[in-house]
Design a protein around this ligand. Structure first.
Ligand code: ADP
Ligand code: MG
Length: 374
């Protein structure tokens, strides 16, 4: 085993290499082809389906194929303002276009007039690291400087911005229009916008009133096909001298309806047992173990919600999916309060992403929480 390879082949965070990534052949080919044909993409799905992994996978393939393309990825989930955005953007771009930090530092004088670069050395590796400080007053100038820097490089760039819907929450008005206008006039760069909040993403890209309307190819990501996933799981078990039966895999897949991360977490556990997985009891044991480990955090989470909200969560968890949330049957079955208090609770729980509205009805977003509540 190579030293820096994963010890457990079922990753529960991040991306490593194609070997540990299941399928998504069609999806990654589609992304690569769009970028290579000058089309921007927006990639939309619920959380934990595998968007981030998929883009990393596509970038991995592109980097293998063409060393001259710069693949830049950054996540804006934790950004609150345009200034945060520009800072993260700057830090992700710098060092990706020019191959060494020293070269970048030289460019500061000519390009990044509004930034203050901070060069530090990683305490462990000794590698130089660049961060930037951008003053509030010069935010928009800084943004312009990043785009001019990208443009002058004449280098082909693919830029993925994760949790892009966050842009819509910035207090600065007109951020979308600003970004759109820069992106439009940057012929050497193509963009992938990833987002988990479906209605916000749909609004941004499908509403005729919004700046990004019709500017991307929309791609929604679905679950990995069951049989492909089984082959992947089986192969990794076998490589290590164990097996997992189809029957057992099917139980996991249907329990979580193919939702990638939850399946990965269970497979990761089962692999840890280092034995043949051929009895359903082993799976229920693993899931039980996972729920118990989460009990404390789920209890804490529930403490932050009112009785009405928690009761509604429990009711949805018991049903697994609720189509008619205001129906008399549902309300009386779980002795919920009146329809208007349910609507209020529902809104709060959806805003906080505890409940998710799927095509077929309302579900508990976190599938482990759903099982725990049940
Ligand atoms: N095709 C895949 N094969 C194996 N694991 C995957 C795959 N796609 C995603 N994962 C794993 O599932 C988890 C969630 O994926 P992620 O890309 O973070 O989802 P999203 O960005 O949609 O929230 C991660 O731990 C990732 O390692
Ligand atoms: Mg993600």
């Amino acid at each position: 085993m190579k030293r820096n390879q994963p010890y457990n082949p079922f990753l529960v965070a991040g991306y490593y290499s194609p070997e540990y990534f299941c399928d998504r052949e069609i999806e990654s080919a589609k992304i690569i082809s769009a970028l290579e044909n000058d089309r921007n993409i927006s990639l939309i799905s619920p959380r934990r389906f595998g968007k981030t992994g998929l883009v990393q996978h596509a970038f991995y393939k592109i980097a293998k194929k063409d060393k001259n393309v710069a693949c830049i990825y950054f996540d804006i989930y934790s950004t609150q303002t345009l200034n945060d955005f520009v800072t993260v953007f700057a830090e992700s771009v710098l060092g990706k276009i020019d191959d060494n930090v020293e070269k970048v530092m030289k460019k500061f004088a000519s390009f990044f007039k509004s930034f203050r670069p901070v060069l530090s050395y990683d305490a462990l590796s000794g590698q130089p690291e660049l961060s930037v400080k951008i003053e509030m007053e010069t935010t928009s100038q800084s943004l312009q400087e990043i785009f001019s820097y990208l443009k002058q490089s004449n280098k082909r760039c693919y830029i993925a911005i994760d949790e892009f819907q966050q842009v819509a929450e910035y207090p600065e008005k007109g951020t979308e229009a600003l970004l759109r206008s820069y992106i439009q006039f940057l012929p050497n760069a193509k963009f992938v916008f990833l987002g988990s909040r479906q209605h916000l993403m749909n609004e941004m890209f499908l509403s005729a009133k919004r700046p990004f309307y019709h500017s991307t190819q929309i791609m929604s990501l679905s679950v990995i096909e069951k049989d492909k996933y089984f082959q992947f799981a089986k192969a990794h078990f076998q490589k290590n001298g164990f097996t997992i039966t189809k029957e057992c895999f099917d139980i996991i897949y249907s329990q979580f309806e193919g939702h990638t991360w939850y399946i990965q977490v269970v497979l990761n556990r089962l692999f840890e047992y280092r034995k043949n997985i051929n009895k359903p009891e082993v799976i229920f044991y693993a899931i039980q173990e996972l729920l118990e480990e989460n009990t404390y955090s789920y209890q804490e989470l529930m403490n932050a919600y009112s009785d009405v909200q928690v009761n509604l969560l429990r009711a949805i968890a018991k049903e697994k999916m609720v189509t008619q949330i205001n129906s008399g049957d549902f309300i009386s079955k779980y002795r919920l309060k009146n329809a208007s208090s349910i609507s209020r609770a529902l809104k709060k729980l959806m805003d906080n992403e505890l409940i998710y509205k799927s095509e077929n009805g309302y579900i508990i977003y976190d599938r482990f929480l759903g099982l725990w509540l049940k």
